[in-house]
Design a protein around this ligand. Structure first.
Ligand code: BGC
Length: 255
């Protein structure tokens, strides 16, 4: 069996995918990006995922990992914070397995990015409680205890000023409200201080597209916890989904 799996990252505006070299934690070919259909219903998104998969020559038996911005339990989406409500209750694993003809394993997007960081990036070799927080349209979280994922922690929805924290400090809010870096960092300070108080993590890893501009905001934060930028950036979701798909396929086959 080759050490490859396919990874797909479903986001609000784009669906990106590429084969992943699992030994190196790198894309094995250029990734392809297709626009997320609007409205982003299960049926329309499944068609786009199938189109993306058929653009590559994926060998038989290669697992496909897919990230999705929702709580995922046993392949079923239980929430829909930034996607169409029709996803709630959808068996995403079954739908995409049927449409693509490959073994599909779906995972929360932040959990996938977290797995990639823990395996190949800023979380390698860490012990204790490590939190990967992704700042994007929404805010995602992945929590690890001694390297083991506690799935679906959804810490972007911690209450801050009476509402989901992500509505106050997501990267999309900084853009929408045209906040300068200092003002936004003030909001992040409130959020990360709260997180630190609740979990006493040993390290916080900040991901999402904005993490490539980490020098503009991370130095402004005053925390006891070590806080570092993600290393895999844009490709973390694709890589983490592929890693997980391979592990899940093995586990299912041995059952
Ligand atoms: C969703 C999470 C997701 C995060 C980042 C949140 O609104 O509830 O499931 O991980 O956005 O996309």
């Amino acid at each position: 069996m080759s050490k490859k799996a396919f990874g797909i990252d479903i986001g609000g505006s784009g669906i990106k995918g590429a084969p992943v070299h699992l030994g190196k934690g790198e894309l094995a070919a250029d990734r392809l990006r297709l626009a997320t259909p609007q409205p982003s219903t299960p049926d329309a998104v499944a068609d786009t995922v199938a189109e993306l998969v058929s653009s590559f020559e994926i060998e038989d038996g290669m697992p496909v990992g897919v990230t999705f911005p929702a709580v995922i339990q046993d392949g079923v989406a239980l929430t829909a914070a930034n996607v169409d409500d029709a996803w709630i209750g959808t068996d995403v694993d079954a739908l995409l397995t049927e449409r693509t003809g490959h073994d599909v394993f779906v995972v929360n997007d932040a959990d996938a990015a977290g797995i990639a960081e823990m395996t190949f990036g800023a979380g390698r070799g860490t012990t204790g409680v490590v939190q990967v927080i992704t700042l994007g349209t929404g805010v995602g979280s992945a929590t690890f205890v001694d390297g083991k994922l506690v799935p679906n922690t959804e810490l972007g929805h911690l209450l801050l000023h009476g509402d989901s924290a992500e509505k106050y400090m997501a990267s999309s809010i900084r853009e929408k409200e045209e906040l300068d870096w200092g003002t936004w960092a003030g909001r992040l300070q409130e959020y990360f201080s709260h997180l630190e108080f609740l979990f006493s993590p040993t390290r916080i890893i900040v991901g999402g597209g904005v993490s490539k501009k980490h020098k503009k905001f991370l130095p402004l934060l005053d925390l006891t916890t070590e806080i570092v930028p993600a290393e895999l950036r844009n490709e973390a979701g694709i890589i983490g989904a592929a890693v997980l798909a391979r592990a899940e396929q093995k586990a299912r086959r041995s059952r």
